[in-house]
Design a protein around this ligand. Structure first.
Ligand code: SAM
Length: 209
Protein backbone atom coordinates (compact mmCIF):
# COMPACT_ATOMS: atom_id res chain seq x y z
CA UNK A 1 0.00 0.00 0.00
CA UNK A 2 1.22 3.52 -0.82
CA UNK A 3 2.29 5.64 2.15
CA UNK A 4 -0.26 8.39 1.39
CA UNK A 5 -3.10 5.84 1.20
CA UNK A 6 -2.04 4.31 4.51
CA UNK A 7 -1.96 7.73 6.18
CA UNK A 8 -5.47 8.51 4.88
CA UNK A 9 -6.86 5.21 6.20
CA UNK A 10 -5.35 5.87 9.62
CA UNK A 11 -6.58 9.45 9.74
CA UNK A 12 -10.13 8.40 8.82
CA UNK A 13 -10.23 5.61 11.41
CA UNK A 14 -8.83 7.65 14.31
CA UNK A 15 -10.83 10.77 13.49
CA UNK A 16 -13.93 8.58 14.02
CA UNK A 17 -12.58 7.07 17.27
CA UNK A 18 -11.80 10.50 18.69
CA UNK A 19 -15.48 11.10 19.47
CA UNK A 20 -15.74 8.10 21.82
CA UNK A 21 -12.21 7.51 23.14
CA UNK A 22 -12.78 9.66 26.27
CA UNK A 23 -16.02 7.79 27.04
CA UNK A 24 -16.76 4.86 29.28
CA UNK A 25 -16.92 1.92 26.84
CA UNK A 26 -14.55 -1.03 26.52
CA UNK A 27 -12.09 0.96 24.42
CA UNK A 28 -11.71 3.49 27.20
CA UNK A 29 -11.25 0.85 29.90
CA UNK A 30 -8.71 -1.12 27.85
CA UNK A 31 -6.65 1.85 26.68
CA UNK A 32 -6.59 3.56 30.08
CA UNK A 33 -5.51 0.33 31.80
CA UNK A 34 -2.59 0.01 29.38
CA UNK A 35 -1.61 3.67 29.75
CA UNK A 36 -1.79 3.50 33.57
CA UNK A 37 0.46 0.44 33.46
CA UNK A 38 3.07 2.30 31.41
CA UNK A 39 2.96 5.38 33.64
CA UNK A 40 3.46 3.19 36.72
CA UNK A 41 6.74 1.89 35.24
CA UNK A 42 8.25 5.26 34.38
CA UNK A 43 10.95 7.24 36.21
CA UNK A 44 9.01 10.49 36.55
CA UNK A 45 10.65 13.56 38.07
CA UNK A 46 9.79 17.26 38.19
CA UNK A 47 10.92 19.44 35.29
CA UNK A 48 11.34 16.57 32.88
CA UNK A 49 10.14 16.83 29.26
CA UNK A 50 7.69 14.14 28.12
CA UNK A 51 6.45 13.16 24.68
CA UNK A 52 3.54 10.85 23.87
CA UNK A 53 3.64 9.54 20.28
CA UNK A 54 0.16 8.63 18.99
CA UNK A 55 -1.15 10.44 22.07
CA UNK A 56 -4.86 10.27 21.22
CA UNK A 57 -6.60 12.82 23.46
CA UNK A 58 -3.62 13.22 25.80
CA UNK A 59 -4.84 11.22 28.81
CA UNK A 60 -1.49 9.60 29.68
CA UNK A 61 0.30 12.97 29.68
CA UNK A 62 -2.33 14.25 32.11
CA UNK A 63 -1.62 11.30 34.43
CA UNK A 64 2.14 11.93 34.31
CA UNK A 65 1.58 15.64 35.04
CA UNK A 66 -0.51 14.79 38.14
CA UNK A 67 2.43 12.87 39.65
CA UNK A 68 4.70 15.95 39.47
CA UNK A 69 2.04 18.62 40.08
CA UNK A 70 2.27 19.78 36.47
CA UNK A 71 5.98 20.65 36.84
CA UNK A 72 7.39 19.62 33.50
CA UNK A 73 6.61 19.98 29.83
CA UNK A 74 4.23 17.69 28.04
CA UNK A 75 4.11 17.13 24.29
CA UNK A 76 1.74 14.91 22.33
CA UNK A 77 1.75 14.15 18.63
CA UNK A 78 -0.90 12.26 16.69
CA UNK A 79 -1.83 11.69 13.04
CA UNK A 80 -5.51 12.39 13.64
CA UNK A 81 -6.74 16.00 13.50
CA UNK A 82 -9.72 15.13 15.68
CA UNK A 83 -7.59 13.49 18.39
CA UNK A 84 -5.35 16.57 18.48
CA UNK A 85 -8.38 18.88 18.61
CA UNK A 86 -9.74 16.96 21.60
CA UNK A 87 -6.36 16.86 23.33
CA UNK A 88 -6.01 20.65 22.95
CA UNK A 89 -9.52 21.11 24.33
CA UNK A 90 -8.80 18.75 27.29
CA UNK A 91 -5.68 20.71 28.29
CA UNK A 92 -6.62 24.20 27.13
CA UNK A 93 -5.82 25.74 30.53
CA UNK A 94 -2.31 24.25 30.73
CA UNK A 95 0.44 26.32 29.10
CA UNK A 96 3.00 23.54 29.33
CA UNK A 97 0.96 21.07 27.22
CA UNK A 98 1.61 21.12 23.48
CA UNK A 99 -0.23 18.99 20.92
CA UNK A 100 0.90 18.73 17.30
CA UNK A 101 -0.66 16.89 14.39
CA UNK A 102 2.18 14.81 12.99
CA UNK A 103 3.17 11.42 11.67
CA UNK A 104 5.32 9.43 14.15
CA UNK A 105 7.79 8.89 11.32
CA UNK A 106 8.63 12.60 10.93
CA UNK A 107 8.04 14.78 13.98
CA UNK A 108 8.51 18.56 13.77
CA UNK A 109 10.28 18.97 17.13
CA UNK A 110 13.98 19.75 17.81
CA UNK A 111 16.55 17.05 18.67
CA UNK A 112 17.55 15.88 22.17
CA UNK A 113 14.58 17.38 24.01
CA UNK A 114 12.88 14.56 25.89
CA UNK A 115 13.62 12.64 29.07
CA UNK A 116 10.91 10.11 28.32
CA UNK A 117 8.86 9.13 25.28
CA UNK A 118 5.80 6.91 25.52
CA UNK A 119 3.84 5.24 22.75
CA UNK A 120 0.81 3.18 23.75
CA UNK A 121 -1.27 0.97 21.44
CA UNK A 122 -0.13 2.96 18.42
CA UNK A 123 3.18 1.48 17.18
CA UNK A 124 1.53 -1.38 15.23
CA UNK A 125 -0.04 1.20 12.88
CA UNK A 126 3.27 2.63 11.66
CA UNK A 127 4.11 1.73 8.09
CA UNK A 128 7.84 2.30 8.70
CA UNK A 129 8.51 1.37 12.35
CA UNK A 130 12.26 1.86 11.83
CA UNK A 131 11.66 5.52 10.90
CA UNK A 132 9.48 6.04 13.99
CA UNK A 133 12.22 4.59 16.19
CA UNK A 134 14.88 6.76 14.56
CA UNK A 135 12.69 9.76 15.41
CA UNK A 136 12.48 8.57 19.03
CA UNK A 137 16.28 8.31 19.13
CA UNK A 138 16.68 11.80 17.66
CA UNK A 139 14.21 13.37 20.07
CA UNK A 140 15.56 11.74 23.27
CA UNK A 141 18.22 13.28 25.47
CA UNK A 142 21.17 11.03 26.26
CA UNK A 143 19.97 8.79 29.09
CA UNK A 144 16.32 9.37 28.11
CA UNK A 145 13.97 6.40 27.84
CA UNK A 146 11.27 5.11 25.50
CA UNK A 147 8.32 3.06 26.68
CA UNK A 148 6.46 1.34 23.84
CA UNK A 149 3.36 -0.63 24.78
CA UNK A 150 1.70 -2.91 22.25
CA UNK A 151 0.10 -6.35 22.20
CA UNK A 152 3.24 -8.41 21.66
CA UNK A 153 3.21 -11.40 19.31
CA UNK A 154 5.12 -13.83 21.54
CA UNK A 155 2.17 -16.22 21.72
CA UNK A 156 0.03 -17.94 19.10
CA UNK A 157 -3.08 -16.03 20.28
CA UNK A 158 -1.60 -12.61 19.38
CA UNK A 159 -0.16 -13.97 16.13
CA UNK A 160 -3.71 -15.02 15.14
CA UNK A 161 -5.16 -11.66 16.28
CA UNK A 162 -2.51 -9.96 14.14
CA UNK A 163 -3.67 -11.83 11.04
CA UNK A 164 -7.39 -11.29 11.78
CA UNK A 165 -6.99 -7.56 12.46
CA UNK A 166 -5.02 -7.18 9.26
CA UNK A 167 -7.87 -8.79 7.28
CA UNK A 168 -10.40 -6.22 8.52
CA UNK A 169 -8.30 -3.15 9.33
CA UNK A 170 -6.06 -2.21 6.44
CA UNK A 171 -4.41 0.55 8.46
CA UNK A 172 -3.04 -2.09 10.84
CA UNK A 173 0.59 -2.93 10.00
CA UNK A 174 1.96 -5.54 12.43
CA UNK A 175 2.06 -6.74 16.02
CA UNK A 176 5.73 -7.46 16.75
CA UNK A 177 7.28 -10.13 18.97
CA UNK A 178 9.73 -9.24 21.75
CA UNK A 179 12.56 -10.48 19.53
CA UNK A 180 11.45 -8.11 16.75
CA UNK A 181 11.09 -5.19 19.19
CA UNK A 182 14.62 -5.83 20.47
CA UNK A 183 15.99 -5.69 16.94
CA UNK A 184 14.01 -2.60 15.93
CA UNK A 185 15.04 -0.74 19.09
CA UNK A 186 18.73 -1.66 18.92
CA UNK A 187 18.89 -0.99 15.16
CA UNK A 188 17.74 2.57 15.93
CA UNK A 189 20.81 3.02 18.17
CA UNK A 190 19.00 2.62 21.50
CA UNK A 191 19.84 0.16 24.25
CA UNK A 192 17.04 -2.39 24.85
CA UNK A 193 16.60 -2.42 28.64
CA UNK A 194 13.75 -4.87 29.25
CA UNK A 195 10.09 -5.57 28.73
CA UNK A 196 7.36 -5.73 31.34
CA UNK A 197 4.04 -7.47 30.97
CA UNK A 198 0.87 -5.46 31.43
CA UNK A 199 -2.38 -7.41 31.31
CA UNK A 200 -2.53 -10.68 29.41
CA UNK A 201 -0.63 -10.09 26.19
CA UNK A 202 0.53 -6.48 26.30
CA UNK A 203 4.15 -5.71 26.92
CA UNK A 204 5.99 -2.45 27.49
CA UNK A 205 9.34 -2.43 25.72
CA UNK A 206 11.79 -0.06 27.38
CA UNK A 207 14.82 1.38 25.61
CA UNK A 208 17.41 3.99 26.53
CA UNK A 209 19.60 6.39 24.57
C1 SAM B 1 -5.59 2.97 19.69
S1 SAM B 1 -5.21 4.70 19.59
C2 SAM B 1 -4.27 4.89 21.09
C3 SAM B 1 -4.28 6.31 21.57
C4 SAM B 1 -3.52 6.52 22.89
N1 SAM B 1 -2.10 6.28 22.73
C5 SAM B 1 -4.07 5.60 23.96
O1 SAM B 1 -3.32 4.72 24.43
O2 SAM B 1 -5.25 5.79 24.31
C6 SAM B 1 -3.91 4.77 18.34
C7 SAM B 1 -3.48 6.21 18.07
O3 SAM B 1 -2.32 6.17 17.22
C8 SAM B 1 -2.44 7.24 16.29
N2 SAM B 1 -1.61 6.94 15.10
C9 SAM B 1 -1.75 5.91 14.22
N3 SAM B 1 -0.79 5.98 13.28
C10 SAM B 1 -0.02 7.05 13.59
C11 SAM B 1 1.15 7.62 13.01
N4 SAM B 1 1.72 7.10 11.92
N5 SAM B 1 1.68 8.71 13.60
C12 SAM B 1 1.12 9.26 14.70
N6 SAM B 1 0.02 8.75 15.31
C13 SAM B 1 -0.54 7.66 14.75
C14 SAM B 1 -3.93 7.29 15.97
O4 SAM B 1 -4.31 8.49 15.38
C15 SAM B 1 -4.54 7.02 17.34
O5 SAM B 1 -4.80 8.22 18.04
Amino acid sequence: MKESEHVKLNEAKWDKWAASIDGKGWRYVYLRKCQSGVVSLMDIKENMNFLDIGCGTGWALGQIAKIINGKGSFYGIDLSDKMIEKAKENFKDNENFHFIKSNAESIPINDNLFDAIICTNSFHHYLNPDKALKEMYRLLKTGGKIYILDPTADFMFIKIINLLVKLFGHEHVKLYSTKEFKKLITDAGLKYIKCDKIGMQQKVHIGEK
